[in-house]
Design a protein around this ligand. Structure first.
Ligand SMILES: Nc1nc2c(ncn2[C@@H]2O[C@H](COP(=O)(O)OP(=O)(O)OP(=O)(O)O)[C@@H](O)[C@H]2O)c(=O)[nH]1
Length: 378
């Protein structure tokens, strides 16, 4: 087959907020596979951080932060992909990192409903990163009527489950999580890892995407969106393995709250949980490390259960390094450009701080005021 006729393999990386998707993308970009990979980053949150956290490589990185890729920005995704494919000799594979709150179904569908993409791309695998310590809480979350449990969906639609952060759990806890994952998605191979360090042969070029399995889960997977929105009621997407409703087309993704009367479920009837919001803070200047550390540590301790994810790029007073902080519930991690997290501030570069908080019951004013109190004014 001529080089230009080959389909470009596409890997979709999903997983709940903070599970380790960017860590995996970096692990793959650093890897010794000789492939040139174009990365598309989609991020939930008012301010984009991930593009700065993804390693600087020769690879091309496209950022999409004005919405979740599974809904409002699917058009953007199609446009970016089509643009990329015009220069398809420049790379060997495409990797799409979806937001931690994305329902993967519409992203996957994109490759089967858009004629141009169907022609030129081959979905290689849908990888789902799972945070061994925090996943149970998100799978358990009871959602309001009609609202998707994204964590359940992500596990359900994966071809391969990467059980990450195994360093944070005991063997018994890990076994419980594995059982739970297998109850939702028995078909997917499970790979255990820490810091998303997986053998690249297990995640790239694996051709494990199975349309048959998608259709088994949801026979209407490839149907046109429009009529589903009208016909079907909103009670899908929040079911898991315990649902025994025999009329369910994908009853393995229903949860215990399911009281469904046999209506038809559609993966397209999809709403985000509006109680999960994000607050972004962008400020010029530098922050005081001691104050910032004290504030963030206290905040995560106090608000950890509701604060799903926090992250930021920081200018720290007295340091030329760019600092990064990463929070997943109560766990907080600082790193800096001297440890390889991005580039130091350049002499002519304007220093700034950029933070994002994602979770429930966020108080914008309180967060902004508390952060401003950490800024160095002189
Ligand atoms: N202890 C531990 N921490 C990890 C592991 N893998 C990743 N982390 C940390 O978890 C945090 C989140 O990792 P990311 O890769 O940014 O997660 P993500 O899924 O891209 O996050 P979002 O894009 O915000 O949804 C970072 O601080 C990582 O360093 C692991 O195996 N063990």
């Amino acid at each position: 087959m001529a080089e230009e006729d080959k389909k470009v393999p596409v890997t979709v990386v999903t997983g709940f907020l903070g599970a380790g998707k960017t860590t995996l993308v970096n692990h793959i970009l650093k890897g010794n596979h000789g492939k040139r990979i174009a990365v598309i980053e989609n991020e939930f949150g008012e301010v984009g951080i991930d593009d700065a956290l993804v390693m600087e490589t020769k690879e091309e990185i496209y950022e999409m932060n004005n919405g979740c890729v599974c809904c409002t920005v699917r058009g953007d995704l199609i446009r970016i992909l089509n643009k990329l494919l015009k220069r398809k000799s420049k790379f060997d594979a495409i990797m799409i990192e979806t937001t931690g709150l994305a329902n993967p179904a519409p992203v996957i569908q994109t490759f089967f409903v858009d004629d141009d993409l169907k022609e030129s791309c081959q979905l290689d695998a849908v990888l789902c990163l799972v945070d061994a310590k925090h996943i149970t809480q998100h799978l358990d979350e009871v959602k309001p009527e009609g609202v998707v449990n994204e964590a359940v969906q992500q596990v359900a639609f994966a071809d391969r489950l990467l059980l990450n952060k195994t360093d944070l759990v005991t063997d018994a806890q890990k076994a419980t999580v594995i059982k739970r994952l297998q109850a939702i998605n028995r078909g997917a191979e499970l790979v255990e890892c820490t810091n998303a360090e997986v053998d690249l042969a297990r995640v790239l070029g694996i051709q494990s995407f199975s349309m048959d399995r998608m259709l088994e889960m949801d026979p209407d997977f490839l149907e046109d969106d429009s009529h589903h929105h009208k016909e079907h009621h909103h009670h899908d997407h929040h079911c898991d393995s315990t649902c025994t409703n025999e009329h369910h087309h994908h009853d393995h993704v229903c949860d215990t709250t399911c009281s469904h009367e046999g209506d038809h479920h559609s993966h397209l009837d999809h709403k985000h949980d509006s109680s999960v919001t994000s607050v972004g803070i962008v400020a010029d200047g530098s922050a005081d490390m001691r104050k910032l550390n004290a504030w963030l540590s206290g905040l995560l301790q106090e608000r950890g259960p509701d604060l799903f994810r926090s992250k930021g790029i920081l200018a720290i007073h007295g340091s030329d390094d760019k600092h990064v902080f990463q929070g997943v519930h109560m766990l907080l991690q600082f790193s800096s450009s001297s440890e390889g997290a991005g580039r130091p501030w350049q002499p002519d570069e304007k220093r700034y701080c950029k933070l994002v908080f994602i979770g429930k019951n966020l108080d914008r004013k309180e967060l902004t005021d508390a952060f401003n109190a950490c800024l160095v004014t002189n």
